[in-house]
Design a binder for this molecule. Sequence first.
Ligand SMILES: CCCCCCCCCCCCCCCC(=O)SCCNC(=O)CCNC(=O)[C@H](O)C(C)(C)COP(=O)(O)OP(=O)(O)OC[C@H]1O[C@@H](n2cnc3c(N)ncnc32)[C@H](O)[C@@H]1OP(=O)(O)O
Length: 226
Amino acid sequence: MAEARAFHTETATDEEIAAEAAVVGPFTDAVRALVDATIRSTVDLDEIRAAQAEIEAITERLTKEQIPGGYGVRYRTDGTGRAWGNAVIGLRNPIAPPLTISTEPSGRASADFRLGAPYEGPPGLVHGGVISLILDQVLGHAAGAGGRPGMTGTLTIRYRQATPLGELRAEAWIDRAEGIKTWAKGRIIGPDGPTAEAEGLFILPRWARERIARGESKGPSPKYFE
Ligand SMILES: CCCCCCCCCCCCCCCC(=O)SCCNC(=O)CCNC(=O)[C@H](O)C(C)(C)COP(=O)(O)OP(=O)(O)OC[C@H]1O[C@@H](n2cnc3c(N)ncnc32)[C@H](O)[C@@H]1OP(=O)(O)O
């Protein structure tokens, strides 16, 4: 992660952020519905050609002004950050399911969420890579919530049973910690119980350690996803 991107700061007020969220949240939901419809629509091919022309016109309208690269994480002076482009939780990312993750300072994280057709691997089942994506994020949240943020060094998943598309829950917690390393564990729970279990090692990266050593940061903040 480039340090410059990681420490992108902003001065927007709570009111300005809330006003933007009130518009872009529903907009992203609409694009998410479009992704789902792209997979499941049974309209005839002429209808699809006509829809494509409309979508291309909308894309042209939106790309008249845009930032270079990804959204990054925008931090505020109180240490909170918004990761609106994030692939799992991003308010502006229609690829994100999205998850709304609750955290506890003891180092726990959980989310109830739904995965539909865009996340399919085997028929009717969630893609294994998507399960890994979600567990990476939720375990990372648990580490961060416990005041021990880090980049994923390793992530091991045990797929215990198939995960059906539909309503699911993810849970994670800090298992143990040693210096700059934090081990978190977690699981996905489906209608018939746990479907996948994970263990991840999260490491406070060298660039962050150097910032702390230089006194530019008091500790392993900011709070990335609050
Ligand atoms: C103040 C700001 C805080 C910043 C906090 C950033 C948080 C950011 C958001 C979190 C978000 C979470 C939810 C999404 C999580 C992703 O999706 S993160 C994306 C996927 N992961 C990556 O891209 C990580 C890529 N790798 C790296 O950036 C670096 O290799 C790492 C993992 C940060 C380590 O780099 P480093 O700090 O330079 O490591 P280094 O000093 O060489 O080694 C330190 C120790 O770690 C061990 N180690 C290094 N790499 C590994 C590894 N891959 N496996 C096992 N051990 C390793 C070394 O052996 C060494 O151990 P000791 O000899 O001290 O016992």
